[in-house]
Design a protein around this ligand. Structure first.
Ligand code: ATP
Ligand code: MG
Length: 241
């Protein structure tokens, strides 16, 4: 039985679908790392989870192909642009039982595509590497999101996730000043760690690893905090609808 058939057999359609877009025009900032870790955490919470890879490089789908069947199921699909199809054609193919939709976007996303995606989601996560160049590029990117009609006055939330953070590095403080200037009170950091590379190779999220293992405590806590922050934001949004 394929996972796609399994998804359609589920009877409880009562829970609404929440959609999270992971985006930053800066390449290598950690979009796919965030997308795959978030999808794994949602699946472990027993949400019907769909991971859409809009990057032609298909990093997230590659990750999903490595994932063993012993881990909670994630439904994967490509959202990469096709010459003969409308930009958001994939949106119509998302399984209707999906409760959590995670969208991994490419670095070179153009503003028309970004606008149409922002329009379709509840929450936007922007991973950011702590360096002067990345902070500069990301400031422009976030400004563009703030200026899109589909974001302004929509009540949608945006979180910046400081990725590959070293607390003793001077850019850590620059990153935090930047986040405070954006009025983001709940700062999310992911440490720079080999654990993320290992998980990327094995089709795992950090949350799939053994929780009590002292060697991954820092990474596990960081991902837990990320997921709790995202869930709180999605649930708050649900209550205000
Ligand atoms: N917190 C981290 N610690 C260690 N390595 C990391 C971390 N986050 C990401 N990486 C590694 O950095 C590289 C780039 O990350 P990733 O592929 O997630 O970025 P991306 O924004 O999706 O890149 P692209 O713009 O090419 O799609 C990958 O090799 C990934 O495993
Ligand atoms: Mg990527």
């Amino acid at each position: 039985m394929t996972s796609e058939v399994r998804v359609y057999q589920r009877e409880d359609l009562s829970k609404p679908c929440k959609r999270v877009l992971i985006a930053n025009s800066k390449g290598g900032s950690g979009k796919s790392t965030l997308a795959t870790n978030l999808a794994a955490a949602f699946a472990r919470k027993e949400y019907e989870t769909t991971l859409v890879d809009c990057d032609p490089q298909e990093t997230s789908l590659f990750w999903l192909n490595q994932r063993s069947g012993e881990n909670p199921i994630i439904y994967g699909m490509s959202g990469a642009p096709q010459p003969s199809r409308p930009t958001l054609d994939w949106f119509l193919r998302v399984p209707r039982t999906t409760e959590r939709l995670v969208i991994d976007s490419p670095g070179d996303i153009d503003s028309a595509r970004l606008t149409s995606m922002v329009d379709k989601v509840d929450l936007i996560l922007v991973p950011l590497l702590p360096s002067a160049i990345d902070i500069h590029a990301t400031t422009e990117f976030i400004k563009n999101i703030f200026l899109t009609g589909s974001f302004r006055n929509s009540g949608k939330q945006i979180f910046v996730v400081g990725n590959r953070v070293h607390r003793r590095n001077k850019y850590f403080h620059q990153l935090n000043r930047f986040l405070r200037a954006l009025n983001i009170s709940d700062i999310i950091h992911l440490p720079d760690s080999y654990v993320f590379l290992r998980c990327a190779d094995e089709g795992l999220g950090v949350i799939d690893l053994e929780p009590g293992n002292p060697r991954i405590r820092r990474e596990y806590r960081a991902v837990e905090h990320l997921v709790e922050t995202v869930e709180t934001a999605l649930n708050r949004e649900e209550q205000t609808v």
